[in-house]
Design a protein around this ligand. Structure first.
Ligand SMILES: [Ca+2]
Length: 196
């Protein structure tokens, strides 16, 4: 049967064995091809869609701002999409379920209504995009004028190996608050695999 499927022959003999299975030969052919694809997929990793879209809730933005230390991993605690389940809202990390070229983007916003004391101490954060232990993107977001929020966006295309963690980290000392409100301005982190 297998060579008849591969050769694409339309006329597969409806022989005694198919009759015993009570199955038309075309159905048997589709089942066979399905089983083959399942085997290939399991041997070479998941070929399903991989994409995530996440953001920080206001409560999390406030608590992370209050407890931020240099080099801390930024946690994005809500997702709009998480196809392939590669993203974790508890760690803030995306773990690549399969090797390939990926696109990543993050938009980081800072608050202009809260200072850490001085007139220039409104929101200011450096962030970097990490792939494992390597820096693959860097942003600086800063506002020094009240009621003038600031956002920065980074975008990176990078080959990522299966199992590698990609995440956003605080880059250095910071001031003020992260700005992320569900109905106002969201600080986001998203990624997807090219050539799904
Ligand atoms: Ca500032």
């Amino acid at each position: 049967m297998w060579y008849q499927c591969l050769l694409g022959k339309n006329q597969i003999r409806y022989n005694a064995s198919y009759q015993r299975m009570k199955m038309p030969p075309k159905t048997a052919c589709f089942i066979f091809i399905g089983l083959m694809l399942t085997c290939i997929t399991r041997s070479y990793g998941c070929s399903c869609n991989v994409a995530f879209s996440s953001y920080i809730t206001e409560a999390s933005a406030n608590s992370q701002s209050a407890s931020m230390t240099d080099g801390a991993i930024i946690k994005f605690d809500k997702t709009e999409a998480n196809e392939g389940e590669g993203f974790s809202t508890s760690t803030g990390k995306f773990t690549a379920p399969s090797s390939g070229l990926y696109g990543f983007t993050w938009t980081f916003c800072v608050d202009s209504r809260t200072t850490d004391g001085g007139p220039l101490y409104y929101g200011e954060y450096g962030t970097k995009l990490m792939s494992g232990n390597s820096v693959i993107g860097v942003l600086h977001t800063d506002t020094e004028t009240t009621k003038d929020d600031a956002c920065s966006t980074g975008f990176v295309i990078k080959y990522v190996s299966e199992g590698t963690e990609v995440y956003v980290k605080n880059n250095y000392a910071h001031q003020g608050k992260i700005l992320s409100k569900e109905n106002h301005t969201r600080t986001t982190f998203s990624g997807w695999k090219l050539n799904q």
